[in-house]
Design a protein around this ligand. Structure first.
Ligand SMILES: [Zn+2]
Length: 405
């Protein structure tokens, strides 16, 4: 057994341990086997013949952080578009000049597998260096079979190459590709008949996502995608109520969605629906900030209905080119008023639930995966309060220390 002793724990479980005590964490075979108060440690130590012991000297230990919503695999960037907008060029004009999401689609289609690995790696490493041990990565810049699958394969390969868990999501219903212009129903039929069966058949997707919005796909179209996902045994998620209230969250709830994400315009009926289905509401403060949105997500309603709230980076080239989950913790408090405790649970236990991993990841609990972070911090609120400081002391994933990658 391997032990980490004198740890101050933020377990992020529903039944927290007394806050002022220090604990020993016993790990073997990649899982947390024992959590014992230090007052009992000397007795346990006496019976340990082959134990290795790491004294963390009262440092804070939390579960490894989980970024449960990213689009971090893509080619190119949209910095020129960003600059044009700030020079007064309208969004419509940028679109006419070939900008927007379809410019990322063109770049991603023409990038090779290796080029995509190379361009995505710094973004992944940035998240990992801040304490992320699990990351969700979506497709959605291919919008054809070859590139959607290529993106998912790159995501899986990143998880094989680096000490991080990767969960993949097929987001073929992200935008309408140029070749289907004016034929969005045909495109959705293609998603259902070709993209979902192929991704499911090759075991490349852990979930299926949609962008349900006035500028993307209608609830009726998203429902077709959900039906196909269910048929192939894949859980569903949705980009919902970001710019308008479409009713997408209510629809997603009727399919027991893992999560509905953005949710700025979600109403009480939608909140009640996701509360009943056990769906996580994932808030994305980076996109809210970057797009200079005004409509705040209905945090009070979500609290009142006890909806689990996760938060994530939404790392993507168009609306959240921000490779930092720690920044999201800070923004979640400063922009949306979440408490530091809500934030921490939002990037651990609730984020795990949004990825269908609530029984394995996101908590310091006996029987859970030994993914945790030892911080050079004393109080969990520091994770939300400060930003840009190098606070990570040790990163442990599946029971192995992996600070260097
Ligand atoms: Zn997104």
């Amino acid at each position: 057994m391997q032990w980490w002793i004198n740890a101050k724990l933020a377990t992020c479980s529903a039944t927290p341990l007394p806050a002022d005590s220090y604990y020993a964490i016993g790990v073997s075979e990649g899982y947390i086997q024992q959590l014992v108060p230090m007052s009992d440690w000397s007795e346990i130590k006496a019976n340990q013949t082959e134990a290795s012991v790491m004294d963390v000297n009262g440092r804070l230990v939390t579960p490894g952080l989980i970024d449960c919503h990213t689009h971090l695999v893509f080619a190119g960037h949209r910095a020129e578009e960003f600059e044009k907008r700030l020079n007064g060029v309208s969004y419509a004009e940028i679109s006419r000049q070939g900008g927007g999401i379809l410019s990322t689609v063109r770049a991603t289609r023409s990038a090779s597998f290796d080029e995509l690995m190379e361009s995505s790696t710094p973004r992944l490493l940035a998240l990992m260096s801040e304490g992320v041990t699990t990351v969700e990565i979506k497709s959605g810049y291919g919008l054809n079979l070859e590139t959607e699958l290529k993106m998912l394969k790159v995501a899986r390969a990143l998880g094989d190459k680096y000490p991080v868990r990767v969960k993949t999501t097929l987001l073929a219903a992200h935008a309408l590709p140029e070749e289907f212009k004016g034929r969005s129903d045909d495109y959705i039929d293609w998603v259902c008949r070709e993209a979902i069966p192929a991704a499911a058949g090759e075991g490349l997707a852990d979930a299926v996502d949609v962008f349900c919005e006035s500028i993307a796909f209608s609830p009726e179209q998203c429902q077709k995608v959900f039906e196909a996902a269910v048929h192939y045994g894949l859980p569903i998620k949705g980009h919902m109520e970001q710019l308008t209230l479409t009713g997408g969250s209510k629809l997603a709830a009727s399919y027991q969605a893992l999560s509905v994400d953005h949710v700025e315009y979600l109403d009480e009926e939608g909140v009640a629906a996701i509360a009943a289905s056990g769906t996580v509401a994932t808030i994305l403060p980076g996109a809210f900030y970057f797009l200079r949105e005004r409509q705040l997500p209905p945090i009070e309603l979500l609290r009142r209905y006890e909806v689990p709230i996760a938060l994530a980076s939404d790392l993507n080239p168009g609306s959240s080119p921000l490779a930092s989950l720690r920044l999201m913790l800070n923004m979640s408090s400063t922009l949306f008023g979440l408490t530091p405790q809500e934030n921490l649970v939002g990037v651990t236990r609730h984020a795990a639930k949004a990825l269908n991993e609530e029984n394995r990841l996101g908590q310091l609990q006996e029987g859970f995966a030994a993914d945790f972070i030892v911080w050079d911090l004393q109080h969990p609120a520091q994770l939300s309060y400060q930003f840009g400081t190098q606070d990570l002391y040790q990163r442990v994933i599946h029971g192995a220390v992996s600070n260097d990658f």
